[in-house]
Design a binder for this molecule. Sequence first.
Ligand code: HEC
Length: 158
Amino acid sequence: MKAITTLFLASALLASAEPDAAAMADGKAHFMNCMACHGLDGTGMKVGPTMVMAPSLAGSKIATGDPEIFAQVVLKGIKKEGAEFLQMMLPLEATLDDKKLASVMTYVRGSFDNKADPVTEAQVKEWRAKYADRKEPLTRAEIAELVKKSEEANKKPE
Ligand code: HEC
């Protein structure tokens, strides 16, 4: 029994380190839903020399940090408060089902030099249910607070 548990844990660890090829391929296809604003290479679609449609997902703290925050951003969108970006982050909960969203998140977290753990369909299902009653997009202040809290929670004890 103990050996089986250890095996299970070992394979779960492996799975979390390496996104599977099928999820990455699916995610790349569903990245179509992001590309118009975030660009083919994820760094944000440029418009002329100075304007940009949306921020870069390469190295984005939100995209590569706590996946629950990343999921909330994609499900609910971001309230447009400034003119930094030409576009706005739309709520995509109606566009992407659990499987599609998990694969696109996995793709973003494992592409553009990002090296964050993949996301499972079960996780997205749980987060979608958890935030089902939320109808408004997130504000940047709220997101910053969530990121701060999750960074504090993940800080290793000295
Ligand atoms: C219609 C344009 C548009 C589409 C489509 C879009 N985004 Fe966005 N996204 C934005 C804009 C604009 C922002 C910045 C919002 C703000 O700060 O006002 C943003 C912000 C983000 C952020 C926060 C990045 C950071 O570090 O600040 C993430 C993560 C993100 N988008 C992921 C996605 C993913 C994944 C998809 C596809 C499933 C997607 N977006 C589709 C326009 C878009």
